[in-house]
Ligand binder design. Structure first.
Ligand SMILES: Cc1ncc(COP(=O)(O)O)c(C=O)c1O
Length: 358
């Protein structure tokens, strides 16, 4: 289906930020996409308008009962100045799953991708060209009924904003650096039957406490364990987690508590293509500790849109610290990073059919 949106261009374009000092999520482009939904009327009035505040009734449901979901993806510039999205239909499908869980109206995947493409097209000049930079895209949907009562709302908004972002690793040449991860044995992120698989704002609000404590201990992120036994490894901060023990790479299965990452799915596909053993199975933190002590824990890395691949050098516990491999960036993490980033930026040929051009 073809979607058309009205476009109102800004009369006051902002100066573009210096690509050398870009921070993550701190600068926003000139325009935003916005569309409304009403029960009985469906999605309507999709429009691109100048970026600015959204007026909401103080009784809007999102402020009180948190009926909200969001997405995160990036647009990349290729060396010959084309603009590429990476697997946007996977994000669109995740919106469908998140909305279903939160009793929000379904947003058709074609509409989602058409809206992202329309906004990115208008903001092409905002996509930085320096190596490691990109345009971060933040679509979100929320309930805006002015009604105080715990029930699914009748009115929603779908909004997209964009932010030019710098390289995740602020190192010379943007090279990967090993991170330190705190293994969280008290607080949990998601329980079976909950909303861990949905990209729901509340999941992130609930994670802040443990993340703050991890920072205080000098760690970049938290490794979440399952909510029942506090034993099985699940996710690392806002990314999926992979453990290489001997010749097997292990990642948590999609049992409802972890977010089905687009990067996770891509890592699994590449490992299969490279004939590297990849298992989606539950893994106890005790087995990770044992492998580290026996010398068979070769690599741990996280996967996600923001950093693509993030190698882990140390796992910290309340009472001990484990070094992963020799503590440096693992060869597999580096190969995955180079391949995924190469595909995203058009340096590598898109053999997997993952790229959508804008
Ligand atoms: C909790 C969580 N897990 C995993 C991911 C990685 O998902 P993706 O690869 O789609 O960015 C994210 C980021 O969106 C996340 O917030």
């Amino acid at each position: 289906m073809d979607y058309t949106f009205t476009i109102q261009k800004t009369t006051a374009p902002k100066p573009k930020p210096d690509p050398n000092t870009l921070k993550f999520g701190a600068t926003f482009t000139d325009h935003m996409f916005i569309m409304d939904h009403a029960a009985g009327k469906g999605w309507h009035d999709g429009r691109i308008i100048p970026y600015g505040p959204i007026a909401l009734d103080p009784a809007a449901a999102v402020f009180h009962y948190g009926q909200e979901i969001f997405e995160g993806m990036k647009a990349y510039r290729t060396a010959d100045r084309r603009v590429q999205l990476f697997r946007p239909y996977m994000n669109a499908q995740r919106v469908v799953a998140s909305c279903e869980r939160m009793c929000m109206p379904e947003l058709p995947p074609d509409l989602y991708v058409a809206a992202v493409k329309a906004l990115v097209d208008i903001e092409r000049d905002w996509i930085p060209e320096k190596a490691g930079t990109s345009l971060y895209i933040r679509p979100f949907l929320f309930a805006d009924d002015a009604f105080l009562g715990v029930r699914a709302a009748d009115h929603y908004k779908f909004v997209i904003i964009c932010s030019p972002v710098g390289p995740y690793y602020d190192t010379p040449g943007g090279s990967l650096i090993p991170t330190s991860i705190f293994v969280e044995e008290g607080y949990v992120r998601a329980a079976l039957g909950g909303v861990g698989f949905a990209k729901v704002g509340g999941n992130y609000a609930a994670s802040l406490k443990a993340q703050q404590m991890a920072y205080e201990r000098g760690c970049e992120q938290v490794l979440w364990l399952d909510a029942i036994e506090h034993s099985y490894v699940e996710e690392i901060g806002t990314s999926n987690a992979f453990f290489m023990i001997g010749d097997e790479v292990i990642t948590s299965p999609l049992i409802g508590t972890i977010l089905p990452g687009v990067t996770r799915d891509s890592v699994i596909a590449l490992l299969k293509k490279w004939n590297i053993k990849i298992s989606e199975r539950r893994l106890r933190i005790g087995d990770v500790i044992k492998a580290a002590e026996e010398g068979s824990l070769k690599e741990v890395f996280a996967s996600g849109t923001a950093a693509v691949i993030s190698p882990v050098g140390r796992l910290m516990f309340n009472d001990k610290t484990l070094t992963v491999g020799d503590g440096s960036v693992g060869a597999l993490a580096e190969r995955l990073y180079n391949t995924l980033y190469g595909l995203q930026t058009g340096e590598l040929e898109d053999e997997m059919d993952w790229i959508v051009e804008v």
